[in-house]
Write a protein that binds this ligand. Structure first.
Ligand code: HEC
Length: 467
């Protein structure tokens, strides 16, 4: 079978050009490039590597007491999250002052922070920094410093520094949108009130919560721009907004039970930016029979008792349809077999040229959102044209806890005759074989590719996968 009519199967009938019953989504996350333009950074390849760089976007200046070469590396790679006084976005500590590196690590007090950092910057599964690729040169500076015992520098003022360089923090949030948001989806207490969600003081070191909503959209509204709302930044790690046709409680809050037809709409992780559509492109938002699920990942590792959160996303919309409509084409595979104990097992899915040959126009891919579950280690989508391979997206160290969207700026153009190959790589340390499925213990292998014009594809053709 060439196309799996997965969305159609879950969405009842598919009546030809069904604009409101299909998958769609958006980006909204900047992958946090470290600014070195490393070729292995996600969103590299022929998309131009246009990942928004928020490196160095540290609020309130740089470091104190570090040697200057170390300070430079730390400011660009660590302080976005490890900001004083206690860290942001779930990072459990600051790394801004020399003392921060010498104290016992929060979760592993038998080691000094710098000793744990020495391991974490090489950790294949949960590397630091998150979501970024740190250059080998930067790593070498840190390792040399760690090897020497992380001594203080002799100059407090390294010159330059990052003071005033708040690029990563400006222009983000609803107030920075060029339009007035009309709809928001935010975390809430779940009791029908407008109260924020109370992130528990204990038991929330690694908490996934899902907030559910009936669709407020009528089927004709299109999204024109959206912005993350980052409320309690001490404990908010990342969030993803999904859309589904499986009924959900409007205003619900609880553990996540993600339906299999859930499709990425937008997301945010530290460094993520506002997203403004080109003037001639509008995002499909679906109709009144849809539901939305805001999945939020919290780290209250510091056990704050007063963590109340209303994070989420704000959308601007228009009821005047734009020339092009953007939505999601799902790539990947549902043929996944990862034997117990196996490592480095690939699942490979194709969107072959036999299919893309029928494209009447080029497709412009604006962003890729790779999606796997907990065993996923690497992710890649490659486009082959005239025998030549081009990387659409490559994530060498995938982590379920750090799922982000990878923007393609300018859009990656898919032409008739191209073939797209998506490869997911898994490690299975457990005792049972793992296959495709929607439960957390099952696996997935999808690239939700946000592109336009999506409306040339009837809803049942918005999944392109063969084995
Ligand atoms: C985008 C956000 C982000 C960036 C950038 C980042 N970290 Fe982290 N860091 C986290 C989060 C979240 C945690 C807690 C979860 C975890 O351990 O994975 C963490 C945990 C850690 C820990 C473990 C602390 C403990 O007690 O368990 C170390 C060590 C660490 N980071 C070092 C670094 C270093 C060194 C850099 C820069 C080279 C860096 N991080 C950059 C978000 C970040």
């Amino acid at each position: 079978m060439w196309f799996v009519a997965w969305v159609a199967a879950c969405g009842g009938d598919s009546s030809g050009i069904a604009e409101t019953t299909s998958a769609e989504g958006t980006c909204g996350l900047a992958g946090c490039d470290d600014g070195t333009g490393s070729g292995t950074t996600a969103a590299s390849g022929s998309s131009g590597g246009g990942v928004d760089s928020s490196g160095g976007g540290t609020t309130g200046g740089g470091t104190t007491g570090l040697p200057c070469d170390v300070a430079d590396v730390v400011e660009r790679n660590c302080l976005l999250c490890h900001a004083p006084p206690d860290g942001l976005y779930g990072a459990p500590m600051s790394l801004a002052s020399i003392d921060d590196w010498q104290v016992p690590a929060v979760t592993m007090p038998t080691m000094a922070v710098y000793q744990l950092a020495d391991m974490r910057i090489e950790d294949p599964v949960a590397p630091m920094p998150e979501n970024m690729v740190m250059s080998d040169a930067d790593k070498a500076v840190l390792h040399a410093w760690f090897d020497a015992g992380a001594p203080a520098g002799n100059a407090d003022d390294c010159g330059g520094g990052t003071t005033g360089d708040t690029e990563g923090d400006t222009g983000v949030g609803p107030d920075a949108l060029p339009c007035e948001p009309s709809h928001t989806f935010v975390a809430a207490a779940g009791d029908g009130s407008d109260e924020p969600f109370h992130v528990p003081e204990s038991g929330a070191d690694n908490l996934y919560m899902c907030f559910t909503f009936a669709s407020p959209f009528n089927g004709t509204l299109q999204g024109t721009a959206w912005a993350p709302i980052t409320d309690d930044e001490r404990v908010l790690h990342h969030w993803i907004l999904f859309r589904t046709q499986q009924p959900q409680v409007d205003g619900g809050a609880g553990p996540c039970d993600m339906p299999s037809d859930a499709v990425f709409v937008s997301g945010w992780a530290p460094g993520g930016q506002n997203f403004v559509m080109p003037d001639d492109v509008g995002l499909e938002l679906g109709g009144p029979d849809d539901y939305f699920i805001l999945q939020v990942h919290y780290h209250n590792t510091d056990h704050h008792a007063d963590a109340f959160d209303k994070s989420g996303v704000a959308f601007c919309t228009t009821d005047t349809p734009r020339e092009h409509t953007a939505g999601v084409l799902t790539l990947g595979t549902t043929t996944i077999d990862v034997p117990a104990g196996a490592t480095g097992v690939d699942a490979v899915g194709h969107c072959p040229s036999a299919i893309t040959n029928f494209l009447p126009v080029d497709l412009n891919v604006m962003a890729s959102f790779p999606h796997m579950h907990g065993l996923g280690r690497k992710f890649n989508t490659t486009v082959t044209r005239d025998g030549q391979d081009m990387t659409l997206v490559d994530v060498p160290a995938f982590s379920f806890d750090n799922q982000i969207s990878y923007p393609h700026e300018p859009p990656f153009v898919i032409k008739a005759g191209d073939s797209l190959t998506t490869t997911c790589t898994y490690d299975n340390p457990g005792g049972s074989d793992v296959h495709f499925g929607e439960r957390t213990e099952d696996e997935m292998c999808f690239n939700f590719a946000l592109l336009y014009p999506i409306d040339i594809l009837p809803s049942q053709y918005r999944i392109c996968m063969t084995d």
